[in-house]
Ligand binder design. Sequence first.
Ligand code: HDE
Length: 712
Amino acid sequence: MTTEQIPSGPIGEHSKNEQLAAFRVRHAGAKLSTNQGVRVSNTDDSLKAGVRGPTLMEDFHFREKITHFDHERIPERVVHARGFGAHGYFQVYESMAEYTKAKFLQDPSVKTPVFVRFSTVVGSRGSADTVRDVRGFATKFYTEDGNYDLVGNNIPVFFIQDAIKFPDVIHAIKPEPENEIPQASSAHDTFWDFVTGTPETAHMIMWLLSDRGIPRSYRMMEGFGVHTFRFVNQQGKACFVKFHWKPALGVHSLVWDEAQKLAGKDPDYHRRDLWDAINRGEYPEYELGVQIIAEEDEFKFDFDILDPTKLWPEELIPVRRVGKMTLTRNVDNFFAETEQVAFHPGHVVPGIDFTNDPLLQGRLFSYLDTQLIRLGGPNFHEIPINRPVAHVHNNQRDGYHRATIDEGRVSYFPNSLQGDTPQPATETEGGYVHYAEKLDGAKVRQRSESFKDHYRQATLFWNSMSEVEKQHIIQAFHFEVGNVKDKQIKQRVVDMFNNVAGDLAVQIAVGIGANPPASPGGTGVTASSPALSQENTIKNPRTRKVAVLAENGFNFPEVTQVIDTLNTAGIQTEIVSPNLGMITSADGRNLEVTKNYLTAGSILYDAVYIAGGRQSVDSLLARGDALHFINEAFKHAKAIGAANEGIDLLAASQIQGVALAGPETQAQLFSELGVITIRNAADLSYFSQEFINVISQHRHWTRQLQKELAPA
Ligand code: HDE
């Protein structure tokens, strides 16, 4: 073996970036040329026989330009078509050698480059980001051992147990074939027809219809490998493992009304959020967690650990946080990187192996197959974003779009002409050796008996939800099944989810005009898992976005103090006013307006602050847009702050039943249900700090429960 063939040693944070540099081209300042490098003198007029005559065939510039344009599109992914990617690195906290020999999980000083692509599943490439859907969370680690892909979702379980059902579930959930309606939505007959005929979907449906289906941000959602994988250590000892990504900012969601409106106001809401955060240096972080079960404990649980519709309750099998991924760099070119990246759960490295989860086994076939058509042939691994940083040496040759120039006569093994190289590596040299699992079974098309409990973990999920999370699930059922036209399917939904929980089924039935279940059902499971509720997540105000409503005549010292304090805590602020340009304060100072009421909306923010200043507030009071802004933010359970005259706008809004600081109150802070007000205070630092606390709560659900969901 020549030195050139030995992998280059420890991989650094920048090694992928350095590799990509060779493929980057900067066009700024250059002369225009054809693809053949011939300079072009005019790209505005085609070559014609006379100024009003026909275009000539010999116009090679015209032909090349149009032909290339005609071929710009490649097939979109059959699922996960809409996505957004970013670069970063992963670092392990301490060696995981006890469990796995995977090199990127050994040395805490190594920063392994990664590329992550987040996605929605159902919608086409141009669909909106905020639809109710599962989110893909796919990570490519460019490790010293070669590429490792962890191709996961933001929901830890899947709709089906066996990959052979995948075309069925996807056909059912995609737009209906006769009219391609609805786009990017599961709220239609074919999907619920499939669900009610396929009880194994119950658990995942509970997750999809929960707040997890409408994340606030890609930066605020968990990721899950879903399947049970194997770790294998240097001694050849294996254990079962499930992978988790835990976001540093906690797990947070939109509310449904907001998600729907965002789909119109800013269909790029999630990709913009990620792009902007990385550009601002607010690098998203996710800890890698592992749950480990010893080989000998495979049958110790009341669920089958190979069943992908089951999670491993964290209270039973704790998640150990073993490392951290930080996303630090946006792509240079969406198509070249995000669109052409090719993930595959079969891209594993020594130390990580598969199990017999029948969903995983099927995926191992599908991902290579799909790239062949999507990326146009067998050489997609040569596309810059897909190239490993580790060296590639084999006897695979030719095919469409081959870029590598393989030297020499030898493209076979064994050979004498090249000293039998490239030659297989031994296990100690890093050769991948599959775990020698002992297998013995008859060929059958059957489902294991141990896969037949479809409801108990769905009940566990339901039991684990807070009151407001339960309300959201019920409302989601009312929306989803409310859009189903077939009455029998609607009734079947009630009957199916009666198997999960009687109270759930009764409440679903009320909203969709179906009959309540004949007798309340359930599984008898009374346990709950606190880790499943978003109520128990990290509450961190960093990177939250606050709209500041202000007009001419605002109170400059007050507004700037509040803005400065929020900004110092990492919270972003934007001044929203009727017109862009400058607004002038009561004392003659200027502030630049960021957004007007047409380009902004309360749905684009996590919180609202109403500036004080008599003239400013009088203008706001006369503005329907401003009142709508407040009412909508209140409805969506967002934090609202106001000082001095700003409180008059709250008093004039539809916010009711919340105590506000009155005109005579002296510097006393009022804080109720996420609405925080103060009057006549010389200094707003205490108010600003409390406002930050209120913002960090994400949403004030009690308000929603009390004001919105209470029976009339
Ligand atoms: Fe996928 N899935 N999938 N999937 N999947 C694809 O591969 C498939 C499944 C996931 O950002 C496709 O390159 C089958 C589970 C993500 O590029 C395709 C089955 C999980 C992405 C495919 C599943 C996923 C995909 C479409 C049933 C979570 C986007 C384009 C056995 C663990 C990756 C492509 C990216 C993409 C097939 C089930 C996650 C067709 C057959 C379970 C995140 O190959």
